[in-house]
Design a binder for this molecule. Structure first.
Ligand SMILES: C[S@@+](CC[C@H](N)C(=O)[O-])C[C@H]1O[C@@H](n2cnc3c(N)ncnc32)[C@H](O)[C@@H]1O
Length: 261
C-alpha cells in the first residue's frame, strides 16, 4: 500500500475512539445529517461505503436496512470495523482495498456508493471515481462529502475573528483555490503526539469534470449547516452557520434511462 494510505494506519486506534459507533460531533451533528438526507431511503439497497474508516456510517446505514459493504485502504481501520461488527452483527462485509483498485467488487454490484469525508484524502481520486462508476448499476448514485474547497484550504485558510467594541465579526481568509495542491493534515492523537495524513485540494469544477469523465452527473450539491447539537457544543458552529466548511454532493451514473435525481 502506498505511503499516503499507510499514514492512516498510525491513527486508526485514535480515529476509532474519536468516531465511536455514531461518529464524532462533526460527523454526527454537522456532516452526516446532510449526507443521510441526500442519500434518502437506503432500505433494501446495496450500498458501498467507500473509505469507510471504522465503519460508523456503514453501521448506521445497515441499521436502516441497507446491505452494506465497506472498503478502506487502511487495514487498521477495518480491524476496528470488524470488531464492532463481531460485537453487534449487522451483516456488513469489509474489504481492504485502494479506492482506485476495487478488485474484490464486481461491475454493477451496487445501487449506491457513499464516500464520507474521504475523496479529498484519496491520491488517485480519478481512478477511484472510475471504480465507483464501474461498481454502480446504471442509474445508481454516488453521495460524497468533502471539505469545502472554497473555504477550507488547510494552511491556506483561516477564521479571522475581529473584536470591534462589544461585537465580534468573523470572516474567512482563503488563499489558494484554483490550482490543485497536496497538503498535510495534522492529528493531535495525544499529548505531544502528532500524526499526519496527506490530503489533496481540488477546486469544485475539478470534481465536477472528474465525475463527468466517468459518466457520473451531479444532481445535488449541499453545504451542511450546524444542527442545534453542534451549535451547543462547538463555538465554530456560529461561524459555520455563515460560512460552510463542507460540501455534500450526489451524482447519478448515466445510462439508466432515468431522469437526473
Ligand atoms: C477522514 S477518514 C473518513 C473515514 C469515514 N468515511 C468517516 O467519515 O469516518 C478518510 C478514510 O479514507 C481512507 N483512505 C484514504 N486513502 C484511501 C485510498 N486510496 N483507498 C481507500 N481508502 C483510503 C483512510 O484510510 C480513512 O479511513
Amino acid at each position: 500500500m502506498a505511503d499516503h494510505v499507510m499514514t492512516w494506519e498510525g491513527i486508526a486506534e485514535y480515529f476509532d475512539a474519536k468516531q465511536g459507533d455514531e461518529g464524532d460531533l462533526w460527523h454526527r451533528a454537522l456532516i452526516n445529517p446532510t449526507v443521510l438526507r441526500v442519500l434518502g431511503d437506503v432500505a433494501g439497497k446495496r450500498v458501498l461505503d467507500l473509505a469507510c474508516g471504522n465503519g460508523a456510517l456503514s453501521r448506521q446505514l445497515a441499521r436502516s436496512g441497507a446491505w452494506v459493504t465497506g472498503v478502506d485502504g487502511a487495514e487498521g481501520m477495518l480491524v476496528r470495523a470488524r470488531e464492532r461488527e463481531a460485537r453487534e452483527p449487522l451483516g456488513i462485509v469489509y474489504h481492504a482495498a485502494d479506492a482506485a483498485r476495487l478488485t474484490p467488487l464486481q461491475d454493477g454490484a451496487f445501487d449506491t456508493v457513499v464516500c464520507n469525508m474521504a475523496l479529498m484524502d484519496i491520491a488517485d481520486v480519478e481512478g477511484a471515481l472510475r471504480e465507483v462508476s464501474r461498481v454502480l448499476l446504471p442509474g445508481g448514485r454516488l453521495v460524497a462529502s468533502i471539505v469545502h474547497p472554497c473555504f477550507e484550504q488547510g494552511e491556506h485558510s483561516a477564521w479571522l475573528v475581529e473584536r470591534i467594541g462589544p461585537a465580534t465579526q468573523v470572516s474567512r481568509k482563503v488563499g489558494r483555490y484554483r490550482e490543485p495542491f497536496e497538503s498535510t493534515f495534522f492529528w493531535r492523537v495525544g499529548p505531544g503526539e502528532i500524526w499526519h495524513t496527506r490530503w489533496y485540494h481540488r477546486p469544485l469544477s475539478w470534481y465536477v469534470r472528474a465525475l463527468s469523465a466517468t459518466g457520473l452527473a451531479v444532481t445535488a450539491l449541499e453545504e451542511p449547516a450546524p444542527t442545534e447539537e453542534f451549535l451547543q457544543n462547538d463555538t465554530e458552529g456560529e461561524w459555520i452557520k455563515q460560512i460552510p466548511l463542507h460540501v455534500v454532493f450526489g451524482a447519478v451514473k448515466l445510462g439508466g434511462g432515468e431522469a437526473a435525481r
